[in-house]
Write a protein that binds this ligand. Structure first.
Ligand code: PMP
Length: 358
């Protein structure tokens, strides 16, 4: 969805890599995260400073990953212990991002196991809770739910950027996950990062990534550094030739899409959408709306929403994958313009007939 923005910037984000560049495994041998390129380290800390969405001061460790997906696996390893008598429980409040259970269960690890919805978790002992805010799939702003002794928290802040939500404060959690894919739309570069307070956790994550992929592509890291740097430059530029910066562009685009979607959903009367109230955004200096990356639709009649939409050639991800009922389903708001327009067109065509069928 952000492709036309990046096209408009022309050569400003281009870079040349020669055949003899970037050949070593090592990026910064003196650093705890020895495969993190200093340029990316700098660009990440600078951007968080500019957006004011998270504290990324020099006393915090940054570990880069092949997407935040690799970092999630690394975190499960780093937050668990081989000395525990049984695998540590991993929970998240439903509806939760559908990949958490899959990723947690995939290797049948003896270190950790998926234990489902945090709201119904009542086992004693250590646990890991994943807190996603804004949440995928429903856009909710969230805090930890279990709040018990022995709990370790992973804050997945993939969507804590101004185009999706008002920036209400600098996040300052022990473990904060971010991803290039949601921040700027460059999902294909596969760059994610984690900001960690604890040195031991950072060290264990680095070990995991060393054994998993001996580091992270330097080409991708440099490209990410370049793009994040251009965003920061533009946000800080307040001169007379100031153009809309990336987050302003994204925010306008997302709120335009949400307005159109709400209109269509209201008109056909089949579904409802969550309601959000505006908040003061420290980044833009005004009250802004929540414009989540996904629309969390609920069938008013309690029907299977995913099936209903599929019959109208709209492919969604049904509620059961997110730990709730099938009357819910998730639609991505991040598609290309053409796809999004087609979505609106097909949604508009769903009509309730007199006998209650669609
Ligand atoms: N966390 C959340 C909440 C997500 O929605 C996603 C992508 N859908 C990811 C993590 C993974 O992102 P990536 O691996 O592209 O960094």
């Amino acid at each position: 969805m952000y492709e036309s923005y990046w096209r408009k910037l022309g050569d400003r984000c281009s870079m040349v890599i020669s055949g003899n560049d970037l050949m070593s495994y090592f990026s910064n041998p003196g650093n705890l995260c020895w495969f993190l390129m200093p340029e990316l380290d700098h660009a990440i800390r600078r951007l968080h400073g500019v957006v004011r969405n998270a504290i990324a001061d020099d006393d915090r460790f940054i570990v880069v990953g092949t997407g935040s997906t690799q970092l999630f696996h690394a975190l499960l390893y780093a937050l668990s212990s081989p000395n525990e008598p049984e695998p540590i429980s991993v929970v998240a409040a439903a509806p939760f991002y559908s990949s958490y259970p899959e990723e947690t269960e995939f290797l049948r690890s003896g270190l950790y196991k998926w234990a489902g919805d945090a709201y119904s978790f009542n086992k004693d002992g250590p646990y890991i809770e994943v807190v996603t805010s804004p949440n995928n799939p429903d856009g909710a702003i969230r805090g930890a739910v279990v709040n018990r002794k022995g709990g370790k928290l992973i804050h997945d802040l993939a969507y804590y950027w101004p185009q999706y939500t008002p920036i209400t404060g600098r996040a300052n959690y022990d473990v904060m996950l971010f991803t290039f894919s949601k921040a700027t739309g460059h999902a294909g570069s596969r760059i994610g990062w984690v900001i960690v307070k604890d040195k031991e956790i950072a060290t264990k994550m680095v070990k995991f990534i060393e054994l998993n992929s001996i580091g992270v592509s330097k080409e991708s890291q440099l490209r990410a550094a370049k793009i994040l740097g251009v965003i920061s430059d533009d946000c800080l530029n307040s001169g007379p030739n100031k153009e809309e910066n990336f987050f302003e562009y994204g925010q306008h685009l997302m709120s335009e899409r949400w307005e159109k979607l709400r209109e269509v959903v209201k008109r056909n009367g089949v579904f409802s959408l969550p309601k959000y109230s505006p908040d003061y955004c420290n980044f833009s200096g005004e009250y802004t709306d929540h414009n989540p990356a996904y629309a969390w639709l609920k069938s008013k009649e309690g029907l299977n929403s995913d099936n209903l939409l599929r019959e109208h050639k709209i492919v969604t991800r049904g509620g059961t994958k997110f730990g709730v009922g099938s009357k819910y389903t998730r639609i991505s708001m991040l598609s290309s313009d053409d796809e999004f327009n087609l979505l609106l067109e097909r949604l508009s065509a769903i009509k309730v007939t007199t006998n209650g069928n669609y």
